[in-house]
Structures are given as structure tokens and as C-alpha cells.
Design a protein. Structure first.
Length: 573
């Protein structure tokens, strides 16, 4: 082996020795100028000047977000509840505060605790919008290896992660969906309370939901002692479960730790919603299948005395699936009604008759209408369906027509979800999503939604729309609702669209409204019983009308309570 000679350049040594002996000529005019430029770049003219604004790329924060960040740094010393209404960019505000503290050298270790469905969204936004090297926590060893971590609060509070989190000191702790910490008796509240942190941000659109002690618990988590001991707080400020006393003094105390921006302030503009109903007329074969399934479902329900198969939801699901696709109904039929084991599985005669009706359907009108609509839109579209089998059929059909379409569903790992999002953003025209796409992703680059199937829970419908109709959307959002004529699907659309008016404007606190409406029962269960128990379509429409009126009453009650909460938070009368 031939050796390569290595020579050291020592020409600098003689000059260095001379400078060391005479203690002179350490710098030059050029070096001095560079040093001055560096010092000027690091100089902060005033304390509330946000240096981070010159470091972020790719987007411009809105004025209310910048002002919020200034107030948190200047007035609240890094401990605040960010309580903007839904869609006003609390994540952006938190990112600005984190970035500013990092630029100033005051934060090097930060922990962001969020619901599991939002881990990727937070990680992506911090990296892409703020150039913050945040990582999504996946393994226990990551607690020691990364300075900026985004983690699921449910994962972080469990062993072995819990010990790792509680043993470290964080410069900044951010908790999203912080209203879930309203009860100090819960494990979540107690866990977050034990985390060692210098600065803390709690993000929630509903800081006061049911009673004043919830507000006390949040403020105590953020800044212990700010509202005094609990007994003193109750004596000074609580006149009843939802009624305050000494309101002006309480407002002043709340203002010191909470910032709330509202849509009604007039500084924040949202695009409009355009709602379009797309009627679907079934073919003769499809109508025969729907009527056959409907008769089968009602007969099974009545013969079972209201308790058939111990799971009446399975029956109504079958009726909903036949409005979605032949494939979805086919899978459910076989899953529910096969008898025997192994190769001897058999279907009952009545189920075999339904299978024959399924096989008679060669073309599916709803699928064809979807393709036709997407081709006419010629822009990015997200299609929401309730069922995996329908999703697969839509994807196959769209690809056969030469359209690039990607799936999005709950079974995907984080990395695959992220990859599907990027493909939809950069290459695909269509994303076909199951309910997993209804939360945790931002799709402002798309402004067309097709509700191929409609959930029976208004909360889930609004979550779908909220993925597109949110801050940063520059165009009007167009919502296409499919309605198969003379089916339960048409009845549900009538309830949500005409009676509840769900699609045109964001309904305030939907969770509160549904809680008041349903009591102990879920809205979906109420609808299921209406569909199963009603004798005909006229009775279905009558009972849905009553349900719509109950919803309106619950909304009015919620609005009155919201007005009272706003008066407490911002001092309006």
C-alpha cells in the first residue's frame, strides 16, 4: 500500500506568536465591520420587537396573531391561555411565541402536548412555517435525543414515557385542546401540573364550558395562585355553578392571563360557503336493491321486538351502506348473516335474495355522478365517505378514468398519512378520505368538498368542512352534498341542511348543543330509532322536524350561555 504524505501548513504560526507576544494586530478593519454587522443583527431595539418575523419563511402572520405574540411576551411573561375562537390560528400564535423565545436564546427545550390526531399537523407546521426542528415523538428514547418534541398527551402520561417527561425541565410547555384539562381530578390535569416548565401556553377555544371552577383549574395549571386558593375563589367570584359575582374584578384577573380573538371583531375575514345539493336518481336495479334492503331491515327490527341481534345499529348501517355503494352493503351482508364454518358457510334464503339484487346492479349511479362532478370541477377535490369499501371502489374508478387520486384513512401510520397529504398537495387532484380525514389535517389549498356520504352527527360534518374552510383559505368553499332521492340519505340531508342549517355558517359550540339536545343518548342513536320505528317516509319527516326544532332550541340556549361567557372573558355587556 502506498502512503500518502500529509503536510501541515504552519505559515500562520509565526504571525500568531508575534501577535501573542506584542498583544496587537488581532483584528482588521474588515473583521471589525463584520463584527458590527453581527451585533446589529442580534440587537433588539425594544423588548416587544418580534425578531422571529424576519426568520420565518413561506407565510405572513396575520396582525391579530402578531399582536397576541407581543402581548404574551411583554405583558404575560410567557404564561398565557390562547383562547381564540375556532379557526383563528392559535397554532400560529404559539409557533410565533416559541420561535421568538428560541431566537432570543430563552428557549432551547420545548414540549408540545396535543391529541394524537394532531401530532403530525403540529410537527409539520412548526417545521415548514417556522423552521423549528420539531420531531413527532414515537419511541421512549426520543425524550432524551430531541429538544423540540410534539407528543400525544395520552402517550406522554403513560409509563415508560411519564417518568422521562417528569424528570426533565422544559423551557416552554404548550398544550393544545387544553379545555380537556378543566377537571383537576383527572390524570391529564395532574400530569401536566407536575411537568417542570419555565413558560407555558394553554390553547383552547372554550376556556369556560360549563362552570367557573373549570376556568379556575385552567388558570391554576398555568399560573398557580393567580386566582388565590379555591375556597377564596369560590367565595369571591362564584355566585352559582354558572353565575359569577364581582365580575369586573374577575374579568381583570382573567385578562392578565388570557387572550381571546373573535371572528366578530371584524379584523379577520373568512371566505363564504357555497352549498350545493347533488340529487342522485337510482336506476331500476338500484331502487330494487334499496327497497329490498329497507324491507329486510324493518322486518328484522320488528320481528326482533326492538332488540334484534342485540345490535340494531348493524341493521341501520346496512341500510345506509346501500345508499353508499353496492360493495359496502355486500361486505356487511356476508359478515352479519353467514351461517356455518369454513367451506360450509351458507346464507339464509332471504339474504340470498338480497345478494341476487346486489349482483343485478352493474352500474352505480352515485359513483358515476362523482366522476362526472370531479371532471367538471377540474380542480382539487376532497371526497368524504363513511365506508372503506366505498373508498376503495371510488379510488379504482377514478384511476380507471385517468385521474390521480390518493386515499386517507385511520389505519395509516403517521408517515403514510403525511405522504398522502403531500401527494394531494403537489400531484393528485382528488383525495378520498374516510372519517379520519375529518380532523387533524389542514387543506386550505383545496376549496371543493364532496360529501359522498353524510355522517349523522353534525359535529363530524363540521369537522370535515373545517379542514378546508379555515383561516388561510383564499377562495369560497364549495360543498357538494350528495342526496340519493327517496332514501334515508335524503332525509338526513334535509335535517342537517334545511332544519339545522349546518352548512352555511359555523354553528357555535356544537358539542354543547348536542349535549343539551341528546341528554344521555347520542344523536346518531336517536336518528337510528326514528328510521327503524317510523312506519313510512311521512312519519320519518315529521319526527325529524321535531328533532330539528329541539336542536334550534338547544342552539338558542347555548348562544345565551355563550354570550354570558364572552361577557366574562372580554368585559362586554
Amino acid at each position: 500500500m502506498e502512503w500518502i504524505p500529509i503536510r501541515m501548513d504552519r505559515r500562520w504560526l509565526e504571525t500568531f506568536i508575534k501577535q501573542a507576544e506584542t498583544d496587537s494586530e488581532w483584528s482588521t478593519w474588515e473583521r471589525y465591520q463584520l463584527a458590527m454587522e453581527a451585533a446589529e443583527a442580534e440587537r433588539i431595539p425594544e423588548f416587544d420587537t418580534l425578531r422571529c418575523l424576519s426568520h420565518i419563511q413561506g407565510f405572513t402572520p396575520m396582525p391579530h396573531q402578531v399582536e397576541t405574540a407581543r402581548r404574551v411576551l411583554g405583558e404575560m411573561r410567557g404564561r398565557a391561555i390562547l383562547a381564540d375562537e375556532v379557526g383563528l390560528g392559535k397554532t400560529i400564535e404559539a409557533g410565533l411565541i416559541l420561535k421568538e423565545y428560541m431566537v432570543r436564546g430563552l428557549v432551547s427545550k420545548a414540549l408540545i402536548l396535543v391529541p394524537s390526531s394532531l401530532v403530525l399537523q403540529w410537527t409539520r407546521e412548526l417545521n415548514q412555517k417556522f423552521q423549528i426542528p420539531a420531531a413527532a415523538q414515537k419511541k421512549a428514547w426520543m425524550w432524551d435525543q430531541y429538544d423540540i418534541l410534539v407528543a400525544s398527551i395520552d402517550t406522554a402520561k403513560r409509563d415508560p414515557h411519564r417518568e422521562k417527561v417528569l424528570s426533565r425541565h422544559y423551557d416552554l410547555l404548550i398544550v393544545d385542546e387544553a379545555h380537556k384539562l378543566k377537571n383537576r381530578k383527572t390524570k391529564n390535569w395532574q400530569f401536566v401540573n407536575q411537568i417542570q416548565k419555565k413558560y407555558s401556553l394553554l390553547l383552547t377555544a372554550t376556556p369556560v364550558q360549563n362552570d367557573l371552577p373549570e376556568l379556575y383549574n385552567l388558570v391554576t395549571l398555568l399560573k398557580p395562585g393567580h386566582l388565590g386558593q379555591q375556597n377564596n375563589f369560590s367565595a369571591s367570584y362564584v355566585a352559582g355553578k354558572r353565575k359569577a359575582k364581582n365580575e369586573e374584578q374577575l374579568r381583570e384577573e382573567v385578562r392578565r392571563v388570557m387572550i381571546r380573538n373573535k371572528r366578530s371583531d371584524g379584523r379577520i375575514g373568512f371566505t363564504n360557503r357555497q352549498v350545493r345539493t347533488v340529487p342522485i336518481t337510482l336506476s331500476a336495479e338500484e331502487r330494487a336493491l334499496y327497497e329490498g334492503i329497507t324491507s329486510f331491515v324493518r322486518e328484522r327490527w320488528r320481528s326482533g321486538g326492538g332488540n334484534v341481534m342485540k345490535n340494531p345499529l348493524a341493521l341501520i348501517t346496512l341500510q345506509r351502506e346501500v345508499c353508499s355503494s353496492r360493495d359496502a352493503a355486500f361486505h356487511t351482508l356476508f359478515k352479519l348473516f353467514q351461517k356455518g364454518e369454513g367451506h360450509k358457510q351458507q346464507l339464509t334464503p332471504e339474504v340470498e335474495q338480497l345478494v341476487d339484487l346486489l349482483r343485478a346492479v352493474k352500474h352505480q349511479t352515485k359513483i358515476d355522478k362523482t366522476v362526472e362532478l370531479i371532471q367538471s370541477i377540474a380542480d382539487k377535490v376532497i371526497v368524504f365517505t363513511e365506508y372503506r369499501a366505498t373508498q376503495d371502489m371510488l379510488l379504482r374508478t377514478l384511476r380507471a378514468k385517468g385521474m390521480i387520486a390518493v386515499p386517507y384513512r385511520g389505519g395509516f401510520q403517521r408517515n403514510k398519512k403525511d405522504w398522502m397529504m403531500e401527494l394531494f398537495r403537489t400531484r393528485a387532484q382528488v383525495m378520498v378520505a374516510t372519517e379520519a380525514g375529518g380532523e387533524g389535517i389542514n387543506l386550505q389549498f383545496c376549496h371543493h368538498i364532496i360529501n359522498y356520504d353524510l355522517p349523522w352527527n353534525p359535529m363530524r360534518v363540521e369537522q370535515r368542512i373545517g379542514r378546508v374552510h379555515r383561516l388561510g383559505q383564499e377562495q369560497d368553499v364549495i360543498i357538494h352534498n350528495f342526496a340519493t332521492e327517496n332514501t334515508i340519505e335524503e332525509h338526513i340531508l334535509w335535517l342537517l341542511h334545511e332544519k339545522i342549517d349546518l352548512f352555511r355558517t359555523v354553528i357555535g359550540d356544537l358539542e354543547d348543543i348536542l349535549e343539551r339536545l341528546d341528554g344521555k343518548e347520542e344523536m346518531e342513536e336517536n336518528l337510528m330509532r326514528i328510521m327503524l320505528e317510523a312506519k313510512d317516509d311521512q312519519e320519518i319527516r315529521s319526527r325529524l322536524n321535531q328533532l330539528g326544532e329541539q336542536f334550534q332550541h338547544a342552539r338558542e340556549t347555548s348562544d345565551r350561555n355563550q354570550t354570558k361567557r364572552e361577557a366574562l372573558l372580554d368585559g362586554t355587556e
